[in-house]
Design a protein around this ligand. Structure first.
Ligand code: GDP
Length: 443
């Protein structure tokens, strides 16, 4: 998970000040010293750190904070706000041209994830914005890049424009845009040529493509795991090409977070998307405020809700909720619920977005997928009748289920017991929330 080290250190530091009813100047200075170290250790650009500390200090020591009733919390609020501002403040969205198609040029060094991101972005545009993008394979230098984009296009069932690797990228871009107009595509995503290093030839070629394609957006793809190198790459590309946005890939594997925090401040170019994994749907719009909350352990409840909204069937969810309030909840419902939660993504990832879940101590709380698999196997070995009414479960049924699911009778017993307990608890909770619980006999 991104920002592990930084989140842990910052949360440790902030916890000390959170509950304080009185905060002295020394407290703030002491805290900022620790925050500074934490940021430097996370590989945040040192100039950025310096500015950040200065502005937090100034605001935190201001009258409103120090005189407030909850100065400790106010200081944390300042840190949160400044961190958000540092990463760009408002969310920065992908361009939409006044006249279709919107042309997006994807640029970046080899291995940064440019080709993968081009496909991910196409998928995002179609899924979230109902767009019809045309993918363009213009990376004629990296062996297999064209093939890779074609394969991804096939997987997405989306057209890919290519002219092989013997035609110049400028020509490919030109023809692709014409083709997009003809076929009424509203986005053209050009996967341009990358190189291992920044050099003149690369930049010259990209400039030529830019001149012909007149892109509405130039997205620079950089690898978050390379830390300050990513920031330096961004600076160079930006000088030459006037990049309009950055996509930070491999944030899932970046435990430090330095690039995410420094890119905007150093290059004045907003991060528009973040790659959170190798899969095609693991690209997320970058929300500076949510990212800051995640780093500070305040959770990212909004992203979690959005995920739930897009992947959970609302009607089904309501039905399940109703069942949970009554005692009708069965093992069939349980399986359905498990599927719904699974469709939202890996459980670890979901837990990370919850407030408090990223805190020290909690981070070792790994969701054991194997354990869940075991539970699922047990439930799937039950007959329809057993799923609906577990009370019929005698010893021989339990033995059969254990055998069928490759578990032990103890496992089956435990699950049945847990299920009963859970139902009881749900009933109690339903009683509390609806106010219709068992009332103590009045007279
Ligand atoms: P290109 O040379 O810039 O076109 O790079 P590719 O698109 O081929 O990506 C290089 C490698 O990075 C591939 O193995 C991708 O699967 C991987 N990759 C790309 N984006 C992400 C990401 O967000 N997270 C992770 N974990 N891997 C990624």
């Amino acid at each position: 998970m991104a920002f592990e080290g930084l989140a842990e250190r910052l949360q440790g530091t902030l916890t000390k000040i959170r509950g304080k009813g009185k905060v002295s100047e020394t407290d703030v200075k002491e805290m900022m010293r620790e925050v500074r170290l934490a940021l430097l250790e996370a590989d945040v650009n040192f100039k950025v750190v310096k500015q950040f500390i200065a502005s937090v200090k100034e605001k935190a020591l201001g009258q409103e904070v120090m005189k407030s009733l909850t100065p400790g919390q106010q200081v944390i609020k300042v840190v949160n706000e400044e961190l958000t501002a540092l990463m760009g403040g408002e969310q920065s969205k992908i361009a939409v041209a006044a006249k279709s198609p919107t042309v997006v040029m994807m640029v970046g060094l080899q291995g940064a994830g440019k080709t993968t991101t081009t496909a991910k972005l196409a998928n995002h545009l179609r899924k979230k914005h109902n767009r019809q993008p045309l993918l363009v394979a213009a990376d004629i230098y990296r062996p297999a890049a064209i093939k890779q984009l074609e394969t991804l296009g096939k997987q997405l069932n989306m057209p890919v424009f290519s002219l092989g690797d013997q035609v110049s990228p400028v020509e490919i871009a030109k023809q692709a845009i014409e083709k997009a107009k003809e076929d009424h595509h509203d986005y053209v995503l050009i996967d341009t040529a990358g190189r291992l290093h920044i050099d003149e030839t690369l930049m010259d070629e990209l400039k030529q493509v830019k001149e012909i394609a007149k892109p509405d957006e130039i997205l620079l793809v950089v690898d978050a795991m390379t830390g300050q190198d990513a920031v330096n790459v961004a600076e160079s590309f930006n000088e030459q090409l006037d990049v309009t946005g950055v996509v930070l890939t491999k944030l899932d594997g970046d435990t430090r977070g330095g690039a995410a925090i420094s890119v905007k401040a150093v290059t004045n170019t907003p991060i528009k998307f973040a790659g959170m994994g190798e899969k095609i749907d693991q690209l997320e719009p970058f929300h500076p405020d949510r990212m800051a909350s995640r780093i500070l352990g305040m959770g990212d409840v909004l992203s979690l809700i959005e995920k739930a909204q897009t992947s959970v069937d609302e009607e089904k969810a309501r039905e399940l909720e109703k069942k949970m309030r009554t005692m009708d909840f069965t093992f069939d419902d349980f399986l359905e619920q498990l599927d719904q939660v699974r469709s939202m993504g890996p459980l670890d990832e979901l837990l990370n977005m919850m407030p408090g879940m990223n805190k020290k101590g909690m981070k070792d709380l790994k969701v054991d997928d194997k354990q869940i698999g075991k539970v699922e196997a047990i439930v799937r070995s039950m007959t329809k009748k057993e799923k609906q009414d577990p009370s019929i479960m005698n010893a021989s049924r339990r033995r059969r289920i254990a055998k069928g699911s490759g578990t032990t009778i103890q496992d089956v017993n435990r699950l049945l017991k847990q299920f009963e307990d859970m139902k009881k608890m749900m009933k109690q909770m339903a009683g509390m929330t609806s106010g219709k619980g068992k009332k103590k006999g009045k007279g």
